[in-house]
Design a protein around this ligand. Structure first.
Ligand code: WTA
Length: 653
């Protein structure tokens, strides 16, 4: 490993025990034969036809993978429509009365949509969007909480070939404006407000503020979520009224090339600005459908609940597109897990007889803290499989989940993937593989992944290295499909990839064991993972640095029992600035620039930031300070005296 080894910063969990797939599960699993690994390996890339075959194509593809790549053209020549695949074909195949979407609202309300009902409303809203002027390839921004209108709007966009850009509802006006501006998006679907822990949040005023900052006009559709009517101005339309005037309308699904864009989603990278990741129609949909079927074991008769907010990639792939493509019942929950009571999640699972539950380790750690008395009060016997995503799950949380939620009988899949990968990449097949609490698993069939050292050579079992994806995959984003040099500008610490014809560095550190199971060690770039959500340290720093009175700021990840990582901000002040006042301003600035979720947990004021002789802020050292680790020799610093002060400040905290 390179000398400033960034990977070695967290001890790998000990993966000393394995759990076999329960026979009762294996018996009914969608994928239960180990041969799938060999079959995929022997027949790559054509093996991925198994994923393509889960979809209905308007025009059959000529090749599973076209082009020697890049560009890589998955399902080359194929044409399809994602909304057709998620709706029409189920309506046509006799499942029109099956529940497609079941929604649980924040105030205890619930609503269900059969496939026919969902199909109808999607058609009506698609017709309305067209009437508002939305054309194929226009980007429509969706700034909505977890209400049915969000997936409906996504599918309506997909129907007319207009890529959607969903912006997490908790993001600020500034964050919304940045994303709309970057995408040149002239259409926005939002709502008047929504309830958070019983109190209304005014979403529309955030949207209004965002629009002020844009230099183009915006046509806005407003969903009346609070139910008290919203005064609308020019260029604004009421959702219900639009759907009402298009009642009964149908819109022919637009045939899109497999490599046409289905949507874009912004994520944090190492630059100060969020990056738009554009996903394809064919490869993406095939990838998420195949993985939901083989890893989450989703079946049409299931009630399936992925608790991720649709504002993030997990919600796109595994709350909306995959389950609907597979024709199952997907559940949407608007509320928080502890409101009105800490047993809310278990009550919902019991009431809806949920079969498959997919959530984040951060939620599991909170459930653990609240205690098993909450799940114990409920009948969770409907559950067949449990999944996690978004961050490493420590073995203790894994075992708690397995035992207290799964009653020791449900396999737990720990799924590693990223916004960029579109769908799952490294995990276990629950009907085939043994589970190892703490390790995600092997690369899925058809997926190439290796853990390498700085020279790009495979590391020995147990040694830490970098996780690299070594083959293209169907869910790869358009930027990677099209652009050979996609990576050139990214990340400063990266392994040499010269050994590979093509490879993608994930920016994650990892170890691999003798069985090929990968254990993730966290990001090696300047991206934080707070409660499973990605934030670039530079994005947060630039918000803080804008505060009057702040001289300089550096943001790093610190430890947090529940959230996985916490935001630690080290701030040096201009002369005469008042700490208490600045602390408030810092919080407000981050909330305004990004949203409440990125507000620092800890702000440390320091006369100076530790710097190298060339003047670079030593982030790794700040991370060690945040973790209370031994700092070793700091004499190479330009200003070593600052370190002692930092440590003592944190001790007082
Ligand atoms: C982390 C979320 C360990 C990882 C789907 C990755 C994980 C980043 C896991 C992507 C997991 C995701 N174990 N770490 N099972 N899943 N990560 O783009 O650092 O929001 O690079 O996608 O989350 O986060 P993103």
């Amino acid at each position: 490993m390179p000398s400033d080894d960034p990977v070695d910063r967290s001890a790998s969990p000990s993966v000393d025990e394995t759990v076999d797939p329960p026979p009762a599960f294996v018996e009914q699993a969608n994928v239960a034969d180990e041969s799938v690994y060999d079959e995929f390996a022997a027949d790559w890339p054509d093996c991925w036809a198994r994923a393509g075959d889960l979809l209905d194509w308007d025009r059959e593809y000529d090749a599973v993978l076209g082009g020697e790549g890049p560009p890589f053209r998955w399902f080359d020549g194929g044409e399809l429509n994602a909304s057709y695949n998620c709706l029409d074909r189920h309506v046509e195949s006799g499942r029109k009365n099956q529940v497609a979407l079941t929604w649980e609202g924040r105030l205890g309300e619930s609503r269900t949509y059969s496939y026919l009902e969902l199909y109808r409303e999607v058609n009506e809203f698609a017709a309305a969007l067209r009437d508002l002027g939305v054309e194929e390839d226009d980007v429509v921004t969706l700034y909505l909480p977890m209400i049915p209108e969000l997936p409906i709007a996504m599918l309506a966009c997909a129907r007319i070939g207009a890529p959607h850009s969903v912006v997490f509802a908790g993001f600020s006006a500034d964050a919304l404006a940045t994303r709309m501006d970057d995408a040149d998006s002239e259409y926005l679907v939002t709502c008047d407000g929504y309830y958070r822990r019983g109190a209304p949040v005014h979403q529309k005023s955030k949207a209004d503020n965002a629009a002020i900052g844009l230099d183009h006009d915006v046509t806005t559709v407003v969903v009346d979520r609070l139910g008290d009517g919203t005064p609308l101005t020019d260029g604004e339309h009421d959702y219900d009224q639009l759907v009402g005037t298009h009642r009964g309308a149908t819109v022919e699904p637009v045939s899109r090339a497999a490599t046409d864009q289905l949507f874009l989603i912004y994520t944090s990278g190492t630059t100060g600005e969020p990056t738009g990741v554009r996903h394809t129609t064919g490869g993406y949909l095939a990838h998420v459908a195949w993985t939901a079927r083989s890893v989450l074991d989703v079946k049409p008769a299931d009630t399936y609940w992925c608790s991720a907010d649709i504002g993030w990639i997990t919600g796109h792939s595994y709350t909306v597109y995959a389950p609907l493509a597979l024709g199952t019942t997907t559940m949407l929950y608007e509320g928080t897990p502890d409101y009105p009571e800490k047993d809310r999640v278990w009550e919902l699972i019991e009431r809806n007889a949920v079969d498959v539950f997919y959530t984040a380790p951060t939620a599991i750690r909170a459930f653990m803290k609240w205690g098993e008395k909450h799940p114990d009060r409920h009948d969770l016997s409907s559950l067949r499989l449990l999944g996690t995503v978004g961050e490493p799950i420590n073995p203790r949380a894994w075992k708690w989940y397995h035992e207290h939620i799964g009653n020791g009988e449900c396999p737990v899949v720990d799924t590693w993937w990223q916004t960029e990968t579109g769908g799952m990449m490294v995990t276990t097949l629950p009907g085939v593989d043994r589970m190892k609490p703490g390790a995600a698993g092997r690369p899925l069939p058809g997926i190439g992944a290796e853990v390498v050292d700085g020279d790009g050579e495979p590391v020995d079992p147990g040694e830490s290295g970098y996780l690299v994806l070594t083959d293209p995959w169907p869910g790869m984003p358009l930027s990677m499909v099209q652009d050979e040099d996609w990576f050139a500008a990214r990340g400063s610490t990266r392994p040499s990839l010269d050994r590979f014809d093509w490879a993608y560095f994930t920016e994650d550190g990892a170890t691999v064991d003798d069985d090929g199971y990968v254990t993730l060690l966290g990001r090696v770039d300047d991206v934080l993972n707070v409660s499973g959500h990605r934030f670039g340290t530079t994005e947060i720093e630039s918000a803080i640095a804008d505060v009057d009175g702040v001289a300089e700021a550096a943001v790093v990840a610190g430890p947090h029992d529940l959230k996985g990582e916490a935001v630690y901000a080290y701030v040096s002040l201009a002369d005469g600035a008042d700490r208490a006042e600045i602390r408030t301003l810092v919080d407000e600035a981050v909330e305004a620039a990004i949203g409440p979720i990125a507000v620092p947990d800890v702000v440390v004021f320091t006369p100076d930031l530790p710097k190298t002789r060339s003047g670079k802020v030593m982030r790794r050292l700040l991370e060690s300070v945040a973790r209370g680790e031994d700092l070793g020799d700091t004499s190479a610093l330009r200003n070593p005296e600052v370190v002692g002060e930092l440590e003592s400040t944190l001790d007082d905290d």
